[in-house]
Design a protein around this ligand. Sequence first.
Ligand code: AKB
Length: 330
Amino acid sequence: MSYLNLIYHTQNMNRTTLVLGACGQIGTELTLSLRAKYGNNKVIATDIKEPDLIELKEGPFEILDASDARGMRAICEKYNVDTVYHLVAMLSATGEKFPMKAWDLNMQSLLHALELAKEKVIKKIFWPSSIAVFGPTTPKQNTPQQGVMEPSTVYGISKLAGERWCEYYHNKYNVDVRSIRYPGLISWKSQPGGGTTDYAVEIYYKALEEGKYTSFLSEHRTLPMMYMADAIRATMELTEAPLENVKIRSSYNLAGISFDPASIGASIKKIVPGFELNFKPDYREEIAASWPESIDDSQARMDWNWTSKFDLDSMTVDMLTNLRAKLQLS
Ligand code: AKB
């Protein structure tokens, strides 16, 4: 190895990965998966609050408000950060209650990270978009990668604006930013907060704890969803894909499973036979009604070989098994 190569190699060896929003639904599992792969000290977890899950403290953990540009820069410099996974956002349902807060948090934190990449403080960013970028005028079935996007929620507007900023920073400043339009995510390790798709997590807890659940979405409100294990794998696969494979710099469509509350209820009933499901749609029904039912993710499949593994029943088995153990139920 030449002297210059050796210096380059040594510098890169010491670089770390930063997770913003490490205590959130995605951040928790992503931090643990990244640490399992790269080592605890190579992955810096940050959040605005202390973690409930003690495992998150098994590597470096820093309190950081992602809307604080100086704080984000200081941590990136302190730990010689290479890649930032930016998982801070106010989701759709809470965003409708606090529109300006949602806009400020979702946009500022992204722009701070993009600026750090532009200035070469960091090298790469993963930032999640969402199916919320689509709106009532988008085709609902097999929604294409490119097409009409007229989101009707503040969250969706901020995600669409974020996508445009990502592509802009890539085109103008060569920033290596990668993104996925996540469907609703279902997980047992950490709970979601403030989303329209949260019912699909709550339903599993209630099935085990109470044997019944009242859905805030209507019986046949179909949405694109995905099990967290698939989402984490997609996130790491895209972020680690060779540069030349990443053709979309706004955000990739990603598909997992499409189902409605009635179908997830039927899937749970196969394992919890007495489970009772009722419906009392609230304001979230209107948000859900504006989103697609299924997603065309052929571009992700083509560019970085994406393929999902879990279907509704295999997800239900895995969710209920893990939740039973977590909640210490027999
Ligand atoms: C939400 O429901 O707001 C999120 C999303 C679909 O991005 N889970």
